[in-house]
Design a protein around this ligand. Structure first.
Ligand SMILES: *Cc1c(COP(=O)(O)O)cnc(C)c1O
Length: 433
């Protein structure tokens, strides 16, 4: 499989180059040069296949030229090491629970695939491989846990001191081994800048192989298509029109759903659901795409003012804006709507939504009001315990944290402090090389 840059279709690279570079040198996002369509025989059998068996066939269709079958098997087994159950919430509405991984959010799928694939592509590489990540919380925990103890790869996580929640911090500062956490005297943007400067520094790049595992990397983006196949294979309501609502921020998750649809998966319509950071719903309602400063909300992992995967959505529809508007419906909701939905669903069904899933639920519910012939699925992207304070306050209940989250709370924090200074960061990287 070759990949092209969304900024220049003639810029073509291999899988290895695309994964190591992350972003194309022209700042474009990489896209698969060809999208394979799964054969009818696959869809005839997929209801009886396990998640992993299904994953192997799909990844073989995508990367069969780049990896051998035993590598694909290992990659899929490492990624799909936990379930993604489909839970009926109310008549015609199902929750696809993507939070059963180690850090309780769907980002575990992409992070685990990315870490394993990188270590496979790096076999034989002499330089030390370092993944640099700047995080405001969730990405750090998913990447740290995905790369934990992966041979040949070291991860350095930069985060703003005092600006991530205790639980988030614990998820990437207590692991040790090949994961190092640096708390930076600054804000998230300072961390991001330090990482960007490191990627541009000639001396560092001569001495070590620096790479990023942020969410635009195809190795994080592509594997997200897998759980859409799984959801449809397990969907109990046959022969009805199906809508899937995706609570979105950077729009990688929604894009991966459209990728699955292009691979032949029967999904009739996608719903882009956001909080008041509604750049994409505004676009879908006919406005031009214009980024804005993001506004803080209770579904904070979707507080994105310049959705980085938008160019991928367009590329999936051959850069035809009209087609994108026709195929994807957009809805947005404020925090009050979100909290109201969380309370209503708990009271009527006992199901506990996290604020992100609640936005997805609302998108689907509103779409069905206008289109009652559809049934649908919303993606529940995080465990409610991950947003414990908001959920407890909204619902007036005490949440039990899953054991795997509790475990982090008892770990010992190991962290090094760093001034917001590139010279210091570079010295650190060189000294620890
Ligand atoms: C990252 C994240 C999202 C947004 O996903 P995108 O792929 O960026 O659209 C939604 N919910 C949760 C819980 C997240 O962590």
């Amino acid at each position: 499989m070759n990949f092209y840059s969304t900024n220049n279709p003639k810029h073509i690279v291999s899988l290895k180059e695309a994964v190591i570079q992350g972003l194309a040198p022209d700042q474009g996002l990489y896209m698969p040069g060809m999208i394979p369509v799964m054969p009818q025989s696959f869809f005839d059998r997929f209801a009886e296949m396990s998640f992993q068996e299904m994953g192997e066939e799909i990844i073989s269709a995508l990367f069969g030229e780049d990896l051998d079958p035993s590598q694909i098997k290992a990659l899929v087994e490492h990624t799909l090491a936990f379930d993604a159950p489909l839970v009926k919430v109310e008549e015609g509405i199902y929750s696809l629970e993507l939070f059963h991984g180690p850090t309780l959010a769907f980002k575990d799928f992409g992070a685990r695939f990315c870490s394993k694939l990188m270590s496979m592509l790096m076999v034989g590489e002499e330089r030390k491989i370092r993944v640099l990540v700047a995080t405001s919380g969730d990405t750090g925990s998913a990447v740290a846990n995905g790369f934990y103890k992966v041979p040949g790869v070291e991860v350095v996580i930069l985060y703003p001191k005092g600006k991530v929640s205790e639980l988030q911090e614990k998820q990437f500062t207590t692991l040790g081994e090949n994961i190092t956490a640096l708390e930076v005297e600054g804000v998230f943007d300072d961390c991001q800048q330090l990482v960007k400067d490191a990627f541009l520094d000639e001396e560092l790049n001569q001495k070590m192989l620096l790479t990023s595992a942020n969410s635009i990397n195809i190795a994080r983006w592509i594997p997200q298509c897998l759980y859409y196949f799984y959801a449809i294979s397990r969907f109990p309501e046959k022969n009805k029109k199906v809508a899937i609502s995706v609570p979105s921020g950077n729009f990688g998750n929604l894009g991966a759903g459209i990728l699955a649809q292009k691979m032949g998966l029967p999904i009739d319509v996608f719903i882009a659901s956001t909080n008041v950071n509604k750049i994409v719903p505004d676009f879908l309602h006919g406005n031009s795409f214009s980024s804005k400063k993001s506004v803080p909300t209770i579904s904070n992992s979707m507080d994105v003012g310049n959705p980085s995967n938008f160019s991928r959505l367009l590329a999936l529809y051959d850069n035809d804006e009209g087609m994108l508007r026709e195929k994807v419906r957009g809805f947005y909701f404020d925090d009050l709507d979100t909290q109201k939905a969380m309370r209503a669903i708990m009271n009527s069904t006992g199901y506990i939504l996290d604020p992100h899933g609640a936005v997805g639920y609302l998108g689907l519910r509103n779409f069905r009001k206008q289109n009652p012939e559809y049934v649908g699925i919303f993606l529940e992207t995080a465990h409610p315990g991950k947003f414990k304070e908001v959920v407890e306050e909204t619902l007036g209940i005490k949440l039990e944290l899953p054991e795997r989250l509790e475990k982090f709370l008892h770990g010992t924090k190991k962290v090094e402090s760093l001034a917001n200074d590139f010279g210091d960061f570079k010295a650190y990287l060189l000294a620890s090389n």
